[in-house]
Design a binder for this molecule. Structure first.
Ligand SMILES: [Zn+2]
Length: 292
């Protein structure tokens, strides 16, 4: 589902979880709304400061978490771009189809211990989102274009496990994939590869062109810059293997505190945007996990 935005349409993907609770909004007094707004601003600035990247404090484990979830999100957005640019039919929710490509691409692009680490940390990312919602006390918004977080988690785990069930039995155990679901994962994975594999075959490139995917970054330092380099690496990797029918731009930039989005695809402009707020949010989650 897309929201019309003037001449471009936006594929809505994920929310930055900056939930300013009532207790953090500042007291209402004679000055009413203005003070409340200032209170919210203050809280947001404080949170932004708290989430501000401090490279020296980011350990390998934390950055691996950020990297893995950025990569999976980028391939999710790449699916939206392919659906749009290739005019693909989608029989079901587009968001689900995008999640399926993201897991298929992991085995296309990575191997061995690298893909395993990305898979574990991506599953952890879905799980963290699900747990955050549970902790917040907010119910899932059933009208949302995405499936509920726990379902996205199990779909991801199932499709990754189903590619090599023998080799990935430990992964299924560690991620608590129920036996009943595990039984169908090999077939689900085969269908996912058959469906998206045919699409990827269509865009297989020679690798000798300049590349049909253009990377742009508006960040210059710290964790945001380091994370942008991860996306740059994936763009270069895609350009080596695939040629799109028209240019696709990939941008890493600040989306603004009012933006509820973490990453999105804009079809009218053929552009994937990864928000730096999302990177900060991943950092916050990674730091919280390492505190446990
Ligand atoms: Zn999406």
């Amino acid at each position: 589902m897309r929201a019309t935005l003037l001449f471009a349409s936006l594929t809505v993907c994920g929310a930055v979880l900056l939930t300013a609770g009532a207790s953090g909004a500042g007291p209402l007094n004679e000055n009413g709304v203005r003070d409340a707004a200032q209170g919210i601003e203050k809280v947001l600035r404080k949170r932004e400061k708290g989430a501000r990247p401090e490279p020296a404090k980011i350990g390998d484990r934390e950055f691996a978490y950020i990297r893995a979830n950025l990569i999976s999100t980028f391939y999710h957005e790449f699916a939206h771009a392919l659906i749009d640019r290739l005019d693909l039919p989608v029989y079901g929710q587009e968001e689900d189809a995008a999640d399926v490509l993201a897991v298929v691409m992991l085995d296309y692009q990575f191997g061995g211990a690298v893909v395993e680490e990305i898979a574990y940390l991506t599953a952890e990312g879905f799980r963290d989102e699900a747990l955050e919602r549970e902790d917040s006390g907010h119910d899932w918004i059933w009208a949302d274009v995405h499936g509920p977080e726990w379902q996205r988690y199990y779909n991801f785990v199932c499709l990754y496990y189903g590619r090599y069930p023998e080799r990935r039995r430990q992964f299924a155990e560690d991620t608590k994939l129920p036996v009943e679901r595990a039984e169908t994962c090999e077939d689900e994975s085969a269908l996912a590869r058959r469906s998206w594999g045919a699409v990827l075959d269509r865009i297989k490139g020679t690798g000798d062109a300049d590349g049909t995917i253009v990377f742009e970054s508006r960040v210059r330092k710290g964790l945001h810059q380091r994370s942008a380099e991860v996306i740059r690496g994936e763009v270069e990797r895609l350009n080596r293997f695939y040629t799109l029918p028209s240019l696709l731009r990939v941008t890493v930039r600040r989306c603004g505190q009012d933006s509820p989005l973490s990453a999105f695809y804009t079809s009218g402009r053929s552009r994937i945007t990864i928000c730096t707020e999302y990177i900060s949010d991943l950092n916050r989650r990674a730091q919280a996990a390492s505190d446990l």
